[in-house]
Design a protein around this ligand. Sequence first.
Ligand SMILES: N[C@@H](CCC(=O)N[C@@H](CS)C(=O)NCC(=O)O)C(=O)O
Length: 219
Amino acid sequence: MITLYGDLRSRAHRVAWMLKELEMPFEHVPTHFLDGSTRTPEYLRINPNGRVPALKDGDLVLFESLAINLYLARKYGGPLAPSDLREDALATQWTLWVLTEIEKPLLLTAANLFLFAEGERNAQEAEAMKRKLGRPFKVLDAHLREQPFLLGDRFTVADLNVSSVMTLVPLSGMTLDEWPALNAWLTQCLERPAAADWKPIRFRIPRPPTPLAMLESFV
Ligand SMILES: N[C@@H](CCC(=O)N[C@@H](CS)C(=O)NCC(=O)O)C(=O)O
């Protein structure tokens, strides 16, 4: 049996989406990251980082949401799995790319516009972070003008990992009009039934009591 730890308003939603795509039954332990549940000795034995998500599959325990998804794809992925070493390399490439090029500036844009407490938002930082997104968005758009999905003509773990990080776009104050292929692809990914189940979560990221708590939780 698979166990997923993490409130679904956190990055645990990425893994829940994957499990849903795979139609895998799983036990969900909704460990919350703002109430101290991730810092208990029991939870720290599961994820010593004190963060969610974490996943248990038999005696294998994993942390890092997108690494978990790559594992699930390789083990149970069917059409979502990389079909050979070449696809596996590309799925890894896009996964590391979204984490290094997009996650942080997108999160800081959304946080400085909506997620931080009102008096703590920094419009200049939001603008600076938003500007950083133009470069990777252009790369992704150009790639998707050539093919419908990241690895070719089918939806895979690469699309899931990249688009699941981009669920914060609606909170970034950005339209994607400048990048139409990216816009169409992202819409298509987020409208998948397995993602739609988690839709209410994506847009209800809790506002933290203090901006520092927010920084610690999401950055
Ligand atoms: N890179 C990690 C980040 C995990 C992470 O920071 N999770 C946040 C919730 S979205 C968390 O648990 N924060 C609690 C804390 O930092 O104490 C992943 O993708 O799994």
